[in-house]
Design a protein around this ligand. Structure first.
Ligand SMILES: CC(C)(COP(=O)(O)OP(=O)(O)OC[C@H]1O[C@@H](n2cnc3c(N)ncnc32)[C@H](O)[C@@H]1OP(=O)(O)O)[C@@H](O)C(=O)NCCC(=O)NCCS
Length: 176
């Protein structure tokens, strides 16, 4: 995957040496809100390996989110491969360190990832899977032009499926 630049962020592929910082992030309960819980260093290393394997195989993956102002790796934003209700889907997912919340950074990253997904990768559709109580994440999805498509149960949890098709993205761009 390429390096994406937004006004305040650099989104780049993950590297093996990101494991220390990623383990620090994934041990943080706020960073891991609305997940199964914090990750150990071993779990983080396995997660990082999964992301780098996707990258190596030429599949969409997560980007490391670098805040240029502080030159810190502050989280991830990018693509996950999910099976939802028996259908293969590409999800846009994001997590940021709480010190960087509420500055529009997740929205900035998610919009760049979405535009890369439709513009360069020519994906037919992207979704975001969101717990009904996760208002910040829902707002990021809405600001990413996604619409609530349905509610389902994903990995045992009530989950809202937000979705955007390539046609909707193209139509939106034509109006801008
Ligand atoms: C979800 C998350 C990435 C949002 O990051 P962020 O950088 O703070 O988001 P933004 O600043 O781009 O804000 C997006 C919208 O959410 C709103 N928002 C952010 N935090 C909020 C909060 N705690 N309560 C209510 N609204 C909130 C913002 O006001 C903004 O909406 P607005 O423009 O209408 O005001 C961040 O909260 C996070 O990492 N949470 C833990 C992990 C997580 O839940 N990830 C998603 C899993 S599906």
């Amino acid at each position: 995957m390429p390096v994406l630049e937004t006004a305040r962020l650099t989104l780049r592929p993950f590297r093996e040496k990101d494991v220390d910082r990623l383990a620090e992030l994934m041990a943080n309960t706020d960073f891991m809100r609305f997940s199964l819980g914090v990750f150990s260093r071993e779990q983080t290393a396995a997660f990082l390996k999964k992301l780098m394997d996707w990258e190596r195989r030429g599949l969409p993956s997560q980007f490391a989110v670098i805040h240029r102002g502080s030159n810190r790796l502050i989280g991830y934003c990018g693509f996950f491969h999910q099976q939802v209700d028996g259908r293969d889907e590409i999800e846009i997912g994001y997590r940021l360190h709480p010190d960087y919340w509420r500055r529009g950074l997740a929205t900035e990253a998610a919009q760049a990832v979405r535009d890369y997904g439709f513009g360069d990768l020519r994906l037919p559709r992207v979704i975001s899977l969101i717990h009904p109580d996760n208002l910040p994440s829902r707002r990021v999805a809405e600001k990413n032009a996604m619409k609530l498509e349905r509610e389902t149960v994903f990995k045992g949890f009530p989950t809202q499926v937000f979705a955007l098709s390539r046609e909707e993205w193209l139509a939106k761009r034509a109006c801008e």
